[in-house]
Write a protein that binds this ligand. Structure first.
Ligand code: GLC
Length: 431
Protein backbone atom coordinates (compact mmCIF):
# COMPACT_ATOMS: atom_id res chain seq x y z
CA UNK A 1 0.00 0.00 0.00
CA UNK A 2 2.62 2.46 1.19
CA UNK A 3 4.93 1.29 -1.59
CA UNK A 4 2.17 1.97 -4.13
CA UNK A 5 1.58 5.39 -2.72
CA UNK A 6 5.27 6.25 -3.07
CA UNK A 7 5.22 4.98 -6.63
CA UNK A 8 2.15 7.05 -7.49
CA UNK A 9 3.62 10.14 -5.87
CA UNK A 10 6.89 9.65 -7.72
CA UNK A 11 5.04 9.33 -11.02
CA UNK A 12 2.99 12.42 -10.33
CA UNK A 13 6.15 14.31 -9.46
CA UNK A 14 7.89 13.20 -12.66
CA UNK A 15 4.88 14.16 -14.78
CA UNK A 16 4.50 17.57 -13.21
CA UNK A 17 8.20 18.30 -13.32
CA UNK A 18 8.70 17.16 -16.92
CA UNK A 19 5.59 19.16 -17.85
CA UNK A 20 7.20 22.23 -16.42
CA UNK A 21 10.39 21.69 -18.32
CA UNK A 22 8.75 20.81 -21.61
CA UNK A 23 5.92 23.34 -21.68
CA UNK A 24 7.00 26.12 -23.97
CA UNK A 25 6.67 29.66 -22.93
CA UNK A 26 3.45 31.19 -24.29
CA UNK A 27 4.35 34.09 -26.57
CA UNK A 28 2.60 36.66 -28.75
CA UNK A 29 3.89 37.61 -32.18
CA UNK A 30 2.53 40.63 -33.98
CA UNK A 31 2.50 41.00 -37.72
CA UNK A 32 1.99 44.42 -39.29
CA UNK A 33 0.18 43.57 -42.50
CA UNK A 34 -1.95 45.09 -45.24
CA UNK A 35 -5.71 45.43 -45.18
CA UNK A 36 -6.29 46.28 -48.85
CA UNK A 37 -8.97 44.06 -50.41
CA UNK A 38 -8.87 40.66 -48.72
CA UNK A 39 -5.33 40.92 -47.41
CA UNK A 40 -6.25 41.13 -43.75
CA UNK A 41 -8.77 38.26 -43.80
CA UNK A 42 -6.35 35.94 -45.54
CA UNK A 43 -3.50 36.88 -43.20
CA UNK A 44 -5.75 36.16 -40.25
CA UNK A 45 -6.67 32.78 -41.69
CA UNK A 46 -3.00 31.93 -42.13
CA UNK A 47 -2.34 33.11 -38.57
CA UNK A 48 -5.03 30.70 -37.33
CA UNK A 49 -3.38 27.84 -39.18
CA UNK A 50 -0.10 28.77 -37.59
CA UNK A 51 -1.56 28.89 -34.10
CA UNK A 52 -3.12 25.46 -34.55
CA UNK A 53 0.30 24.04 -35.36
CA UNK A 54 2.08 26.11 -32.72
CA UNK A 55 -0.18 26.30 -29.69
CA UNK A 56 2.39 28.23 -27.66
CA UNK A 57 2.19 31.15 -30.12
CA UNK A 58 -0.53 33.74 -30.24
CA UNK A 59 -0.40 35.67 -33.53
CA UNK A 60 -1.90 39.12 -33.76
CA UNK A 61 -2.45 40.95 -37.01
CA UNK A 62 -2.03 44.69 -36.77
CA UNK A 63 -4.06 46.81 -39.14
CA UNK A 64 -1.94 49.31 -41.09
CA UNK A 65 -2.83 52.18 -43.46
CA UNK A 66 -3.83 51.24 -47.02
CA UNK A 67 -1.62 53.81 -48.72
CA UNK A 68 1.93 52.47 -49.00
CA UNK A 69 3.41 55.89 -48.25
CA UNK A 70 1.42 56.18 -45.01
CA UNK A 71 2.24 52.64 -44.04
CA UNK A 72 5.93 53.37 -44.37
CA UNK A 73 5.49 56.37 -42.07
CA UNK A 74 3.96 54.12 -39.41
CA UNK A 75 6.64 51.44 -39.81
CA UNK A 76 9.40 54.02 -39.45
CA UNK A 77 7.97 55.09 -36.12
CA UNK A 78 8.25 51.52 -34.82
CA UNK A 79 11.58 50.77 -36.44
CA UNK A 80 13.37 53.96 -35.50
CA UNK A 81 12.24 53.48 -31.90
CA UNK A 82 13.60 49.89 -32.13
CA UNK A 83 10.22 48.78 -30.88
CA UNK A 84 9.70 45.08 -30.03
CA UNK A 85 5.95 45.54 -30.49
CA UNK A 86 5.95 44.33 -34.08
CA UNK A 87 7.75 41.09 -34.90
CA UNK A 88 7.00 40.64 -38.59
CA UNK A 89 6.48 43.45 -41.09
CA UNK A 90 4.83 43.17 -44.48
CA UNK A 91 7.16 45.33 -46.55
CA UNK A 92 6.78 46.74 -50.04
CA UNK A 93 9.06 45.48 -52.83
CA UNK A 94 10.61 48.98 -52.94
CA UNK A 95 11.63 49.07 -49.27
CA UNK A 96 14.35 46.44 -48.68
CA UNK A 97 17.06 48.89 -49.78
CA UNK A 98 15.77 51.72 -47.56
CA UNK A 99 14.96 49.54 -44.51
CA UNK A 100 17.44 46.66 -44.55
CA UNK A 101 19.25 47.66 -41.36
CA UNK A 102 16.14 46.84 -39.30
CA UNK A 103 15.66 43.25 -40.43
CA UNK A 104 17.10 39.84 -39.63
CA UNK A 105 18.88 37.76 -42.24
CA UNK A 106 16.61 34.83 -43.16
CA UNK A 107 19.65 32.79 -44.16
CA UNK A 108 20.28 32.50 -40.41
CA UNK A 109 16.88 30.82 -40.09
CA UNK A 110 16.83 28.22 -42.85
CA UNK A 111 15.87 30.27 -45.94
CA UNK A 112 18.56 28.50 -48.00
CA UNK A 113 16.08 25.65 -48.47
CA UNK A 114 13.27 27.72 -49.94
CA UNK A 115 14.86 30.54 -51.94
CA UNK A 116 15.00 28.53 -55.16
CA UNK A 117 11.21 28.12 -55.18
CA UNK A 118 10.66 31.87 -55.53
CA UNK A 119 11.17 34.19 -58.49
CA UNK A 120 14.89 34.99 -58.69
CA UNK A 121 14.31 38.68 -59.31
CA UNK A 122 12.42 39.11 -56.04
CA UNK A 123 15.03 37.21 -54.03
CA UNK A 124 17.65 39.43 -55.61
CA UNK A 125 15.60 42.52 -54.79
CA UNK A 126 15.41 41.43 -51.13
CA UNK A 127 19.12 40.62 -50.81
CA UNK A 128 21.52 43.28 -49.56
CA UNK A 129 24.80 43.95 -51.37
CA UNK A 130 26.53 41.93 -48.63
CA UNK A 131 24.27 38.92 -49.25
CA UNK A 132 21.72 39.13 -46.43
CA UNK A 133 18.16 38.09 -47.26
CA UNK A 134 16.19 40.72 -45.34
CA UNK A 135 12.71 39.82 -46.59
CA UNK A 136 10.87 36.75 -47.86
CA UNK A 137 8.72 37.17 -50.98
CA UNK A 138 5.01 36.98 -50.12
CA UNK A 139 3.05 38.14 -53.14
CA UNK A 140 3.94 39.93 -56.33
CA UNK A 141 2.00 42.57 -58.24
CA UNK A 142 1.87 44.21 -61.64
CA UNK A 143 -0.42 46.93 -62.96
CA UNK A 144 -3.28 45.67 -65.16
CA UNK A 145 -5.99 47.16 -67.34
CA UNK A 146 -9.45 46.12 -66.14
CA UNK A 147 -12.09 46.51 -68.83
CA UNK A 148 -15.83 45.94 -69.04
CA UNK A 149 -16.47 43.12 -71.49
CA UNK A 150 -20.22 43.81 -71.66
CA UNK A 151 -19.82 47.46 -72.60
CA UNK A 152 -17.04 46.94 -75.15
CA UNK A 153 -19.28 44.39 -76.77
CA UNK A 154 -22.35 46.60 -76.62
CA UNK A 155 -20.51 49.41 -78.40
CA UNK A 156 -18.47 47.11 -80.61
CA UNK A 157 -15.07 48.32 -79.42
CA UNK A 158 -11.79 46.45 -78.94
CA UNK A 159 -9.65 46.34 -75.85
CA UNK A 160 -7.38 49.40 -76.30
CA UNK A 161 -3.74 48.75 -77.03
CA UNK A 162 -2.54 52.33 -76.91
CA UNK A 163 -3.33 55.16 -74.50
CA UNK A 164 -4.88 57.14 -77.39
CA UNK A 165 -7.20 54.24 -78.17
CA UNK A 166 -8.16 54.06 -74.51
CA UNK A 167 -8.90 57.77 -74.52
CA UNK A 168 -10.97 57.58 -77.66
CA UNK A 169 -12.99 54.51 -76.59
CA UNK A 170 -13.60 55.94 -73.14
CA UNK A 171 -14.79 59.29 -74.52
CA UNK A 172 -17.21 57.59 -76.88
CA UNK A 173 -18.72 55.14 -74.40
CA UNK A 174 -18.96 57.68 -71.58
CA UNK A 175 -20.92 59.97 -73.86
CA UNK A 176 -23.31 57.18 -74.81
CA UNK A 177 -23.78 55.88 -71.28
CA UNK A 178 -24.35 59.33 -69.84
CA UNK A 179 -26.84 60.15 -72.58
CA UNK A 180 -28.64 56.94 -71.65
CA UNK A 181 -29.05 58.23 -68.10
CA UNK A 182 -26.01 56.85 -66.27
CA UNK A 183 -24.71 60.24 -65.12
CA UNK A 184 -22.08 58.85 -62.77
CA UNK A 185 -20.39 56.82 -65.48
CA UNK A 186 -16.63 57.39 -65.90
CA UNK A 187 -14.20 56.24 -68.57
CA UNK A 188 -11.06 55.44 -66.63
CA UNK A 189 -10.22 55.26 -62.92
CA UNK A 190 -6.69 54.90 -61.59
CA UNK A 191 -4.44 55.97 -58.71
CA UNK A 192 -3.83 59.71 -58.97
CA UNK A 193 -3.48 60.73 -55.33
CA UNK A 194 -0.08 62.09 -54.26
CA UNK A 195 1.46 58.84 -52.91
CA UNK A 196 3.39 55.78 -54.02
CA UNK A 197 0.51 54.52 -56.15
CA UNK A 198 0.89 57.52 -58.45
CA UNK A 199 4.56 56.72 -58.88
CA UNK A 200 3.47 53.27 -60.10
CA UNK A 201 0.85 54.64 -62.52
CA UNK A 202 3.06 57.38 -63.93
CA UNK A 203 6.01 55.02 -64.40
CA UNK A 204 3.71 52.86 -66.54
CA UNK A 205 2.67 55.76 -68.77
CA UNK A 206 6.22 56.99 -69.17
CA UNK A 207 7.99 53.66 -69.63
CA UNK A 208 5.35 52.56 -72.14
CA UNK A 209 6.19 55.63 -74.23
CA UNK A 210 9.94 54.99 -74.21
CA UNK A 211 10.44 57.65 -71.57
CA UNK A 212 12.58 55.50 -69.28
CA UNK A 213 12.29 54.65 -65.61
CA UNK A 214 13.01 57.97 -63.80
CA UNK A 215 16.48 56.91 -62.65
CA UNK A 216 18.12 54.15 -64.67
CA UNK A 217 19.58 51.07 -62.95
CA UNK A 218 23.09 52.37 -63.64
CA UNK A 219 22.38 55.61 -61.81
CA UNK A 220 21.44 58.20 -64.45
CA UNK A 221 18.56 60.59 -63.93
CA UNK A 222 16.53 60.19 -67.10
CA UNK A 223 13.18 61.74 -66.30
CA UNK A 224 13.69 65.02 -68.16
CA UNK A 225 12.81 63.82 -71.66
CA UNK A 226 10.15 64.56 -74.27
CA UNK A 227 8.46 61.18 -74.13
CA UNK A 228 7.94 61.48 -70.39
CA UNK A 229 6.61 65.02 -70.70
CA UNK A 230 4.21 63.93 -73.44
CA UNK A 231 2.69 61.18 -71.27
CA UNK A 232 2.38 63.25 -68.11
CA UNK A 233 0.60 65.89 -70.15
CA UNK A 234 -1.67 63.31 -71.73
CA UNK A 235 -2.65 61.94 -68.30
CA UNK A 236 -3.35 65.46 -67.04
CA UNK A 237 -5.79 65.73 -69.94
CA UNK A 238 -7.75 62.73 -68.59
CA UNK A 239 -8.55 64.51 -65.33
CA UNK A 240 -12.09 65.84 -65.58
CA UNK A 241 -12.63 64.29 -69.05
CA UNK A 242 -12.45 60.48 -69.22
CA UNK A 243 -11.53 60.33 -65.51
CA UNK A 244 -13.31 62.07 -62.65
CA UNK A 245 -11.72 65.26 -61.30
CA UNK A 246 -11.45 63.38 -58.02
CA UNK A 247 -9.03 60.89 -59.59
CA UNK A 248 -6.21 63.08 -58.25
CA UNK A 249 -7.31 61.94 -54.79
CA UNK A 250 -7.84 58.27 -55.62
CA UNK A 251 -5.92 55.26 -54.34
CA UNK A 252 -6.45 51.58 -55.18
CA UNK A 253 -9.52 51.08 -52.99
CA UNK A 254 -11.23 54.27 -54.25
CA UNK A 255 -10.81 53.20 -57.86
CA UNK A 256 -12.10 49.75 -56.97
CA UNK A 257 -15.28 51.04 -55.38
CA UNK A 258 -16.20 53.19 -58.42
CA UNK A 259 -15.43 50.22 -60.62
CA UNK A 260 -17.41 47.65 -58.62
CA UNK A 261 -20.43 49.94 -58.54
CA UNK A 262 -20.43 49.60 -62.34
CA UNK A 263 -19.44 53.22 -62.85
CA UNK A 264 -16.25 52.88 -64.89
CA UNK A 265 -15.38 51.42 -68.27
CA UNK A 266 -11.67 50.96 -67.52
CA UNK A 267 -9.65 50.73 -64.35
CA UNK A 268 -5.94 50.49 -63.68
CA UNK A 269 -5.38 48.31 -60.66
CA UNK A 270 -3.42 45.37 -59.23
CA UNK A 271 -4.55 41.74 -59.44
CA UNK A 272 -6.25 41.74 -56.03
CA UNK A 273 -9.25 43.56 -57.55
CA UNK A 274 -10.03 40.57 -59.79
CA UNK A 275 -11.48 38.18 -57.19
CA UNK A 276 -13.39 41.00 -55.52
CA UNK A 277 -14.84 42.35 -58.77
CA UNK A 278 -16.30 38.97 -59.66
CA UNK A 279 -18.00 38.53 -56.29
CA UNK A 280 -21.70 37.87 -56.52
CA UNK A 281 -23.85 40.94 -56.23
CA UNK A 282 -21.28 43.38 -57.64
CA UNK A 283 -22.17 45.19 -60.87
CA UNK A 284 -18.89 44.01 -62.38
CA UNK A 285 -19.40 40.31 -61.57
CA UNK A 286 -19.04 38.31 -64.78
CA UNK A 287 -18.72 41.53 -66.79
CA UNK A 288 -15.02 42.24 -66.96
CA UNK A 289 -11.61 40.91 -67.80
CA UNK A 290 -8.01 42.07 -67.52
CA UNK A 291 -5.38 42.85 -70.15
CA UNK A 292 -1.90 44.38 -70.33
CA UNK A 293 -1.99 48.16 -69.91
CA UNK A 294 -1.89 50.19 -73.14
CA UNK A 295 1.33 51.59 -74.58
CA UNK A 296 2.34 55.03 -75.75
CA UNK A 297 2.57 55.78 -79.48
CA UNK A 298 6.28 55.20 -79.23
CA UNK A 299 6.63 52.11 -77.04
CA UNK A 300 5.53 48.80 -75.56
CA UNK A 301 3.03 48.16 -72.76
CA UNK A 302 4.55 48.40 -69.30
CA UNK A 303 3.38 47.22 -65.90
CA UNK A 304 5.03 48.48 -62.74
CA UNK A 305 6.38 45.73 -60.53
CA UNK A 306 4.72 45.78 -57.14
CA UNK A 307 4.38 43.27 -54.37
CA UNK A 308 4.97 42.65 -50.71
CA UNK A 309 7.48 40.75 -48.65
CA UNK A 310 7.93 39.71 -45.05
CA UNK A 311 10.71 41.08 -42.88
CA UNK A 312 11.45 39.81 -39.36
CA UNK A 313 12.34 42.65 -37.02
CA UNK A 314 15.76 42.82 -35.41
CA UNK A 315 14.05 44.33 -32.39
CA UNK A 316 11.68 41.41 -31.81
CA UNK A 317 11.88 39.75 -28.40
CA UNK A 318 11.51 36.42 -30.21
CA UNK A 319 13.66 36.63 -33.34
CA UNK A 320 13.72 32.92 -34.01
CA UNK A 321 9.96 32.59 -33.65
CA UNK A 322 9.39 35.71 -35.76
CA UNK A 323 11.50 34.29 -38.58
CA UNK A 324 9.66 30.97 -38.34
CA UNK A 325 6.27 32.67 -38.58
CA UNK A 326 7.42 34.65 -41.64
CA UNK A 327 8.66 31.43 -43.27
CA UNK A 328 5.24 29.87 -42.70
CA UNK A 329 3.38 32.86 -44.11
CA UNK A 330 5.55 32.81 -47.23
CA UNK A 331 5.07 29.06 -47.68
CA UNK A 332 3.31 27.37 -50.56
CA UNK A 333 0.26 26.47 -48.48
CA UNK A 334 -0.43 30.07 -47.51
CA UNK A 335 0.45 31.54 -50.91
CA UNK A 336 -1.90 29.11 -52.61
CA UNK A 337 -4.79 29.97 -50.29
CA UNK A 338 -4.23 33.69 -50.90
CA UNK A 339 -3.99 33.15 -54.67
CA UNK A 340 -7.24 31.17 -54.84
CA UNK A 341 -9.25 33.24 -52.42
CA UNK A 342 -7.92 36.72 -53.07
CA UNK A 343 -6.07 36.63 -56.44
CA UNK A 344 -2.85 37.71 -54.78
CA UNK A 345 -0.05 36.60 -57.08
CA UNK A 346 2.25 33.96 -55.63
CA UNK A 347 6.01 34.43 -55.67
CA UNK A 348 6.45 30.66 -55.87
CA UNK A 349 6.81 29.87 -59.55
CA UNK A 350 5.27 26.38 -59.46
CA UNK A 351 1.94 27.78 -58.24
CA UNK A 352 1.46 29.33 -61.71
CA UNK A 353 0.89 25.78 -62.94
CA UNK A 354 -1.45 24.77 -60.16
CA UNK A 355 -4.92 23.92 -61.46
CA UNK A 356 -6.89 25.40 -58.59
CA UNK A 357 -4.89 28.60 -58.75
CA UNK A 358 -5.42 28.91 -62.52
CA UNK A 359 -9.09 28.23 -62.19
CA UNK A 360 -9.51 31.06 -59.68
CA UNK A 361 -7.20 33.38 -61.60
CA UNK A 362 -6.93 32.36 -65.27
CA UNK A 363 -4.96 35.53 -66.01
CA UNK A 364 -2.07 34.29 -63.86
CA UNK A 365 -1.47 31.97 -66.81
CA UNK A 366 -2.53 34.12 -69.76
CA UNK A 367 -0.70 37.25 -68.52
CA UNK A 368 2.26 35.40 -67.00
CA UNK A 369 4.67 37.47 -69.09
CA UNK A 370 3.25 40.69 -67.70
CA UNK A 371 4.14 39.53 -64.21
CA UNK A 372 7.62 38.31 -65.07
CA UNK A 373 8.52 41.36 -67.20
CA UNK A 374 7.17 44.06 -64.93
CA UNK A 375 9.20 47.26 -64.71
CA UNK A 376 10.92 47.92 -61.40
CA UNK A 377 10.86 51.30 -59.73
CA UNK A 378 14.36 52.70 -59.14
CA UNK A 379 14.46 51.56 -55.51
CA UNK A 380 17.71 49.62 -55.52
CA UNK A 381 19.76 52.27 -57.27
CA UNK A 382 18.47 55.13 -55.10
CA UNK A 383 18.54 53.25 -51.75
CA UNK A 384 18.44 54.33 -48.97
CA UNK A 385 16.71 57.39 -50.49
CA UNK A 386 14.11 55.72 -52.67
CA UNK A 387 11.16 56.95 -50.65
CA UNK A 388 12.32 60.54 -51.01
CA UNK A 389 13.01 60.12 -54.71
CA UNK A 390 9.56 58.67 -55.24
CA UNK A 391 7.97 61.46 -53.25
CA UNK A 392 9.67 64.07 -55.43
CA UNK A 393 8.44 62.22 -58.49
CA UNK A 394 4.82 61.76 -57.45
CA UNK A 395 4.56 65.33 -56.16
CA UNK A 396 5.87 66.62 -59.50
CA UNK A 397 3.40 64.50 -61.47
CA UNK A 398 0.57 65.43 -59.11
CA UNK A 399 1.27 69.13 -59.59
CA UNK A 400 0.75 68.64 -63.33
CA UNK A 401 -2.40 66.55 -62.88
CA UNK A 402 -3.92 69.25 -60.68
CA UNK A 403 -2.98 72.01 -63.11
CA UNK A 404 -0.47 73.76 -60.85
CA UNK A 405 2.48 73.20 -63.15
CA UNK A 406 3.09 72.30 -66.77
CA UNK A 407 4.80 68.96 -67.41
CA UNK A 408 8.00 70.37 -68.89
CA UNK A 409 8.65 72.71 -65.96
CA UNK A 410 7.74 69.96 -63.49
CA UNK A 411 10.28 67.48 -64.89
CA UNK A 412 12.96 70.17 -65.11
CA UNK A 413 12.60 70.94 -61.39
CA UNK A 414 12.28 67.26 -60.59
CA UNK A 415 15.56 66.57 -62.36
CA UNK A 416 17.35 69.19 -60.24
CA UNK A 417 15.81 67.84 -57.04
CA UNK A 418 16.85 64.31 -57.92
CA UNK A 419 20.40 65.46 -58.63
CA UNK A 420 20.48 67.10 -55.19
CA UNK A 421 19.12 64.01 -53.50
CA UNK A 422 21.22 61.34 -55.19
CA UNK A 423 24.29 63.14 -56.50
CA UNK A 424 23.73 61.26 -59.81
CA UNK A 425 24.22 62.72 -63.27
CA UNK A 426 21.56 63.01 -65.93
CA UNK A 427 21.33 60.68 -68.89
CA UNK A 428 19.10 59.50 -71.72
CA UNK A 429 16.49 56.83 -71.05
CA UNK A 430 17.47 53.37 -72.26
CA UNK A 431 14.97 50.94 -73.60
C1 GLC B 1 0.58 47.84 -54.41
C2 GLC B 1 1.94 47.29 -54.80
C3 GLC B 1 3.04 48.03 -54.11
C4 GLC B 1 2.90 49.52 -54.41
C5 GLC B 1 1.55 50.02 -53.98
C6 GLC B 1 1.35 51.46 -54.38
O1 GLC B 1 0.31 47.54 -53.10
O2 GLC B 1 2.03 45.92 -54.51
O3 GLC B 1 4.29 47.57 -54.54
O4 GLC B 1 3.93 50.27 -53.81
O5 GLC B 1 0.54 49.25 -54.58
O6 GLC B 1 0.12 51.92 -54.06
Amino acid sequence: MRKNLILVLTLVFIMVFSGFVLAQEQITLTIAGGAVGQEKETTELAAEWYMEENPHVNVEVLDTPDLATDRLGLYLQFLEAESPNVDVYQIDVIWPGDLEEHFLDFYDYGAEEIVDDHFDAIIENNTTPDGRLVALPWFTDAGLLYYRTDLLEKYDRDVPETWSELEETAEYIVEQERAAGNEDFEGFVWQGDAYEGLTCNALEWIYSNNGGDIVSPDGKITINNENAVEMIEMAAGWVGTISPTGVTGMAEEDARSTWEAGNALFMRNWPYAYALGHEEGKATAGNFDVAPLPSGEDGEPAATLGGWNLGASKYSNHPEEAAKLAMFLASERVQKMRAVQATLNPTIESLYEDEEVLEAAPFFGSLYEVFTNAVARPSTVTAPNYNQASELFFQAVHSVLTGQEDALTAVEYLELDLIDLTGFETGDPEY
